[in-house]
Design a protein around this ligand. Structure first.
Ligand code: NDP
Length: 308
């Protein structure tokens, strides 16, 4: 029985150590080494190998190395094989750090001051309290909830939007299409932490921006395809949005000639908001392997119908 890891090799080497210590009965292989393909029961990958079902006929479980599964073609993974996304403490902690940094930067006008510094402009703006600022998080899943909890601690007026109804102490909760407009109308700083699905692709568009208060800030930490980049540039030009912080782009790396690179009111980072951490992710996967063997519910099981 073996486990095949197909992702970043340094993290893979650490997983191999932890697996050897905790489940010595499972052989651990780092792609492109596979051992006997018929022995492969478990696969963890960012991008699964081609011809998955034919190559590994006894596969029982597929893990995504990331929190999302939008990079997977789920139709290539036989329906009887559960697909599990990454739910692990290190990834959550990294996202909470980045989202907090970005929201505080938006709140304290950091992007404007960075632009002013480049222009040699000394121009203070009023300092507002967190309690006067309304933050809204699209997506109240593992990451969205953790981010909301932290931001609530700063005193921001926090709200979240999800597909199903939620109840979270101190957080105004909105759900579904019917709740979206009201959620947007009360949001000064909008953070996207949605999974990329057929329903959420292109959601950050002109149509959505028009429901935000004028001068709102967009922070996209989900996926590049959530955002219609031309609509963002247009909204910035019209001052419908005052600034944007983007960690993800439609094409990564962002092409050199793309206007976002030079835009004075856009802050860009290269998809580093958070990353799957070697030790905590190995623990999460080992825990799910135990659950799988004992017939318990898997943590992060993907619903193929919903796409996340
Ligand atoms: P979860 O699956 O735990 O949460 C997803 C949330 O989005 C849920 O609250 C869900 O609602 C909501 N949602 C999904 N579809 C819709 C919809 N159509 N309308 C309204 N709400 C919707 O995911 P995570 O929190 O773990 O991760 C979220 C995403 O963050 C990942 O998919 C990935 O794209 C991104 N990410 C980005 C990283 C980066 O470095 N930039 C790193 C890690 C993740 P409900 O609760 O009702 O199901």
């Amino acid at each position: 029985m073996s486990f095949l890891y197909k992702s970043e090799p340094v993290r893979g080497a650490r997983w191999a150590e932890l697996f050897a210590a905790q489940t010595p009965e499972i052989d651990f292989h780092i792609w492109p080494s596979t051992g006997d393909p018929a022995q492969v029961r478990y696969l963890a990958a960012w991008q699964p190998p081609e011809n998955l079902a034919d190559t590994f006929p006894n596969l029982e479980l597929v893990f995504s190395i990331g929190a999302g599964v939008d990079q997977f073609d789920l139709s290539c993974i036989p329906a009887h094989i559960p697909v599990v996304r990454m739910v692990e403490a290190g990834l959550v902690a990294g996202m909470v750090e980045y989202a907090t940094l970005a929201v505080l930067a938006a709140h304290r006008d950091w992007i404007t001051y960075a632009a002013q510094q480049r222009e040699g402009v000394w121009k203070p703006m009023p300092v507002r309290t967190a309690s006067s600022r309304r933050v809204g998080v699209l997506g109240m899943g593992v990451l969205g909830k953790a981010v909301l909890e932290k931001l609530h601690g700063f005193g921001f007026q926090c709200a979240g939007w999800s597909r199903s109804e939620k109840d979270m102490p101190g957080i105004e909760c909105f759900a579904g299409e019917d709740g979206l407009q009201d959620f947007l109308a009360r949001t000064d700083i909008l953070v996207c932490l949605l999974p990329l699905t057929a329903e959420t692709r292109g959601i950050l568009s002109r149509q959505l921006f028009q429901h935000l208060p004028q001068g709102a800030v967009l922070i996209n930490l989900g996926r590049g395809d959530h955002l219609v980049e031309a609509d963002l540039l247009d909204a910035l030009d019209r001052n419908q949005l005052s600034a944007a912080i983007l960690d993800v782009c439609r094409v990564e790396p962002l092409p050199q000639n793309h206007p976002i690179w030079q835009h004075p009111r856009v802050m860009l980072t290269p998809h580093i908001a958070s990353m799957t951490q070697p030790d905590t992710s190995a623990e999460a996967v080992l825990d799910n392997l135990r659950r799988h063997r004992e017939g318990l519910p898997l943590v992060g099981l993907v619903d193929r119908e919903r796409g996340y």
